[in-house]
Design a binder for this molecule. Structure first.
Ligand SMILES: Nc1ncnc2c1ncn2[C@@H]1O[C@H](COP(=O)(O)OP(=O)(O)OP(=O)(O)O)[C@@H](O)[C@H]1O
Ligand SMILES: [Mg+2]
Length: 268
């Protein structure tokens, strides 16, 4: 979707947030946020430390339900739903801190991600029912496919604890893709990752996006955001300052002022 004028805003909305508000003891962490994620887009969410990005995502995904405002995906309201319900509805997320099981293999980690989605229980597993075996085969095939996609197939049987930091980020991504989500929210997917690996991760996300998954990506790495995203939302003090194409964002004086104190260009 890169290239066309304001494509993300013109395309059908998958996620819509209106007037989202969340306070902590009088601190307005999110202060009337509006946000649109177009179906099929890779949308970036940038803004200074503490401007409310993670809090917003916590509210959108049901991990924090003490907010006011409208959150809807594909025209269905999400506000008030539990995180598991939202995940089953096709909205998956990662966290700023990595969550992988170091003492399980890479393949096992990806398969474990599927456990709460495939309808099998410990009883099915113990009895090795036909349903369990069928599901197990499908899960195994899908896990291999996704490990191939994120470039971790050669490491399938290594312990996850042996992976580099960047590889663990990719493993988390493969795990959340197991349930074929419509929308994936990534919180700082390349924080602490070296620049070469960050650009590899951008290409992998693009490849996943081309298979039909929509992304909302929080990130401080501006070159990564500018390379990858169709639409960028700039947040400042709990609200949307502007949403536009990378070109529009890069040239907006208010963005330079709010985000970088007017000190530099946004991206190159
Ligand atoms: N559980 C909490 N209790 C109290 N204050 C909180 C809590 N969570 C977030 N905040 C405050 O809300 C504001 C927004 O925090 P948030 O983590 O959403 O920012 P962010 O944009 O994700 O920042 P960063 O880029 O550093 O990750 C900050 O002032 C933060 O201190
Ligand atoms: Mg954050």
């Amino acid at each position: 979707m890169n290239g066309a004028a304001t494509p993300a805003l013109a395309a059908a909305g998958l996620l819509q947030v209106r007037d989202l508000r969340r306070s902590f003891a009088g601190v307005h962490a999110v202060d009337g946020l509006d946000l649109d994620v177009a179906q099929g887009s890779v949308t970036g969410l940038i803004g200074p430390n503490g401007c409310g990005k993670t809090t917003s995502v916590n509210c959108i995904t049901g991990f924090d339900r003490s907010f006011t405002g409208h959150v809807g995906m594909a025209e269905k309201p999400l506000a008030g739903l539990a995180p598991e319900t939202i995940a089953r509805g096709g909205l998956m997320r990662t966290f700023q801190a990595i969550r992988v099981f170091d003492s399980f293999t890479v393949l096992e980690n990806v398969k474990l991600s599927m456990q709460s989605f495939d309808g099998t229980t410990a009883w099915h597993a113990l009895a090795r029912t036909r349903q369990f075996r069928r599901t197990e085969q499908a899960t195994e095939a899908k896990a291999h496919d996704l490990l191939e996609l994120v470039g971790l197939a050669p490491k399938s049987h290594d312990l996850a604890g042996e992976l580099s930091y960047g590889q663990k980020k990719l493993l988390s991504l493969a795990g959340i893709l197991m349930s074929s989500p419509r929308l994936v929210i990534l919180d700082e997917p390349v924080a602490g990752v070296n620049p070469t690996r960050a650009m590899e991760i951008a290409d992998i996300i693009k490849a996943v996006n081309e298979r039909g998954t929509t992304f909302l990506i929080i990130e401080h790495n501006i070159p990564f955001v500018m390379r990858l995203c169709d639409s960028v939302v700039v947040m400042d003090r709990g609200k949307r300052l502007i949403q536009g194409t990378p070109e529009q964002i890069r040239n907006d004086p208010a963005v330079l002022e709010a985000y970088l104190g007017g000190a530099a260009n946004v991206g190159d």
